[in-house]
Structure formats: C-alpha cells, structure tokens
Design a protein around this ligand. Sequence first.
Ligand SMILES: [Zn+2]
Ligand SMILES: [Zn+2]
Length: 636
Amino acid sequence: MWIPAVRKAILFAFIVCGQPYLDSERRDIHFVLPNAWAAVSSSMMPVLARLPRDYRWHTASLWVDGEAVDDAPVVVRRRWWEGKGVDLMASVDVSGLAPGWHILEAVIEPSEVGRNRKRTKKTEQTRRVTARFRVLPRQHRVSLRVVDENGEPRYGRVHFMAGDEALDVGNPYDVLSDPSHRDVPRTSVFVSPKGAAEFLETGEYRVVASGGIRDGIDVRDLQVDENTTVTLTVPRRIRTDGEVTADLHVHTAMSSDAFITDTQRFHALASADVDVAVISDHNRMRDPKPALELLGMVEELETITGVEFRIGPSGESIGHGNAFPLKADVRAPKPKNKAPGEVFHAWREHHRNHPIDGDDTPVLIQLNHPRGIQFRPDRSHRADAHSLFDELNFLPSLPLKEQKDERVRKYLKSKDKNFISFDAIEVLNRFSVEGWLAVRSDWFALLNRGHRITGTGNSDSHTVALEPVGFPVNLIRRRDDSVSGFVEAVRNGEVRVSSGPLVSLRAEAEEWNATSSHALHSVKGLVKVTVRVQAVDWVPVEEVRLVMNGRTIFRELVGDGPVDRSWELELDPKVDTWIIAEAGHPLEVLERPVGTPYSIVAPGHVPIAFTNPIWLDRDGDGRFSPTGEPGDRALQ
Ligand SMILES: [Zn+2]
Ligand SMILES: [Zn+2]
C-alpha cells in the first residue's frame, strides 16, 4: 500500500496537471466520476456526469451491474458556476458491492417540461452512458446505528476523527465531483434509521454522533481491527412542544452553485433534526417530493417549495429574498431593473397567478442576508455580496421618504410595493457574526419605527460540511399542521432563532400573558417578564440579554451547558415598547469556538439565540407609536 504522502503527491499531480477524462472542452455526455482510474474506497460513491446544454430538462436514473439503483435520486441541472454546462449528480451507496470492477450506467430521458420548453432532436432523445469503476474498500467495515433515548433508530450524523483532527473518510478523487471544493474532504456520514456503513483502516478513531440543537451527542473512542458494529445514542434532551424546527433557506443541487446530491441534502436535514425545510433554489421552484419518495423520507421531513429570488438584472444582483410557499415547476418572473418593492410585488402576483392546489396562503417574503454574506468561516464577511441595504445605502432608522436611493423611496403609499413590504428579515445567515451584528441593528431600527417584521436565522446551506443545515434554525409555534398554519406563524413573529442555545420570552400583565408574536398588548402598569434559557451539554451559553426598544437593559453570565434557567424581571415602560430576549455569544467577542464538541457539530458557528418581539402599547391608542430613538425614551 502507498504511504499517504506519496499518494497525496500523485493525486495532486493528477488533479493539477489534468488528464484526458476531465477535458472541459469535451462536449459529449461523459462521467467525471466515477472513472476507471479512481478507485472507490469508502461506502459512498459520488457521481458527476457532464451533459450538453439541451439535456438540461432531462431526468436520469442509474444502474449498477444491470440493476436499478432505486434509492438514489439523480439530479440533472444547469450549471453556471465553476464552468458552464449541465450536470448529472447522485450519491451511490457501494457498501454492499463486492471489491473489484463494476459498471455504472446512466439512462437519461426526455421530460415533459423539456419538450414544452424547447423541442430539438436532442431534447427528444433517450441516452445511455456507462462508466467502469473499481471498488477497493478500506480494510474494515464499520456498521453504524444511531438510536434515540429509547433505543429507537433515528437519523443522525457521525463525525470521524483521528486524534483531534477531522478524518477524511471519502475517496481520494471525490474532489472531482465537487468543483467548489466545499465538501472535500468528507469527514462525516449520515446515518438513517436503517443504519449506514463506512470503511476504515486498522487504527484508533474517535466518532461523534450528533443530531440537532435539542439533542445530546455521543462521543466514542474506537479501536478498529476487524469488521464491527457501533451503536451511538443521540437522545432528545430538550422538548419544545408545540414548536417545529425549520430552516427557511435551503439550497439543493437544483441551485447551480450547489454540488450537494439529493441523498446528502435530505439526509443532512433529517440528521440535523430539521422538521420543516423551505427549499429555496436560485430563481427556480422545485418539487422535492419525488426525491423524498425514493429516499423513503416523505414521513420524515416536511418540505415547502419556495425560491431564492434575485433583485436586479441577471448578472447584476443587488440582493436576494426568499418567497414561499410556491407552486413547483413554474417559470420564475424576471426581476429586470425593477425596484425591490416591485420585485416583492411581482412574486405576490406570481403566487396569485399560480396558486397551490387547496392552499390560499399568501406568499411570504423574507429578505435574505441584507448586509452581505460570509462565504466561509475562515474568510471575511463580504458586505458587497448581494447586500441590498448596502447597495441602496438604506438607513433603517430614517423613514422611507428620507432615503437616498430613489428605488427605496418608490411606492411609499403602496402596501405591497414599498421597500419594506417584506414579511421577514434574515437576521442571522450561516455563521456570520459580523452580518448578524449589522442586520440585528437594522432590524432593531425597523422595529423601533413600528415595522412588525419577523426576524429569522437560516443556514443558507449549499453543502454538507461548510454550511451545515439546521445551524441556525428557527423554532416556529405552528398553528396547525397545514402549510398555511406554518407560514402564518412565521409572518406573525411566532419564531425564535438558535444556533445552539434556546431562549424564550414570556410577558404578563394584569389581563393577559403572551409570548413572542406581532400582536400588540395594552399595558398600563408593570409587566412581568420571564426569560428562559435552555441548552444541551455541548453548547456553551455565555450570557443572556433582554433588549427593550433596541437597547440591552439586562445581561447576565450564564456559562456552559447543560442549562435550564429562568430570570424574572419587572418592567415599567413609559412609552410603546417592544422587547426581545437573546442568549449565547456576547456582542463584543468575535472568536469562534475551536476544538470543542460544539465546533465539531457546528464548525465555524458561534452559539447565538434570539426571540422575536413582544409588543407593548403603553399610550393606549391601539397602535405602536414609533419612538424613532433606540431605546432610551422607553426607560425614562
Ligand atoms: Zn442569497
Ligand atoms: Zn441562498
């Protein structure tokens, strides 16, 4: 066997110097992976084939040694990122195949959608392409099971480590299937209730099994010198009855800047304990149900079709928003040079023109990452990336009519065309602390002006590893099991956000008690406020805060998990007031945890949690009178 350094050097030479299989000029259908010289040593074989443009609406199925692979959804999509063209992508479980040579065949068939959009000789064709591949597994088979606190099988994610370092359990050539290099090396495996397997060489390993923020983790040291079975326990530690966990911004391979296969995408969501995922591919509405059916996950994961739409013409994006729920497979409206408010309106119109059967929920508009994006935890936040507020010099503390940019001032009087007619704002996008601090201030300024906009937090995940789904996640007090019950709860601010700790807020006055929502509660005297912080043992929670009209009026040290503590405060607001609670990361510290269980489960993240507001009407006029000032008048 080659020693790793030599193998690495040869790999490097292959990938950097190129070789005939990867010729980007090659226009016929061909597999990039698998191919004959790249042996498969792990349990999962990524598949990437390149197709000519006219095949972009085809569907595909895979066959191994003449047998249908009936549990692996195949995505065919157009790519404009890292090389233009059309990709066919899937993950194939090869853990049951005998070592040696095998044949993979892709059957690429025309679809109704393709025929309707463009009828050419190619869009009418069925094509078959084959590739040979060699299975050469590492020495020992490690069968993995993840169970809950009752010993029942569940979804979970198992992270592999050698010493303190994450261990690559993928194949040496996997990078060819991920031109973005974001999920290579692959250091974890998703385990379904049916179990999973991975192959490891003889040695000592540490495995960490995780679920979501409500779950404990299992850390286990293993000596592997033969085939073995490991059962790991990921118990539910925190119950959140009446709430569902939801990631409102999730990409799939139908986004041309994502290289995550459907198998990995949906297994990742279930493994991170996400109950509801809004599928928001770029400018495209996808129905994920057929993929979920193949994976046997229809009962496991609820998906809502949405979109991440662009504001600004193609190639000149000035910002992004999400719209949901939407009907799948309908052409998206083009934003062209429309002002942001007009784009929101166009999506509402689109939704009215293409209603979803049996559901009359108005579409919800969420403004995404309005102060830019941090693409990787080890790189700086980019305030110039699809950053609507920066692009338009928007100052949320000023009224619309005083804004600089004409596109912000447009349609002041129109309820559904004005600039702040969005329902929700993504306060926390991925792991960006800098973005969070900026959008947090914007959101507070908007709340101070009386705009009842829901604050959310989402993973914006395009990948397995770099942007893990469920971090952050929204806990939504859903009204009923319907899509409309979910969407209206988001619109009404019945949402709390977390990338680790859970914080909740309750207020009580003489005649009522309330949790976060956009309802306005009348108060004449004292308000009793209860803040509760909960966290599982692998989540550090440094502090808890109470914010009143934008100003922090209470903060206290909390410490490491497990935590379940409550604080009671009495407020005597003198003006109309909103309050929210926050927990986790202090505002002044920007360091991310490293080398801790939290940083293994949620790499690049910091623990952040916040609620949505409770609104208090002090002057009794039945509406929230904007203070225009951050906080201080409320405390006088
Ligand atoms: Zn975006
Ligand atoms: Zn996105």
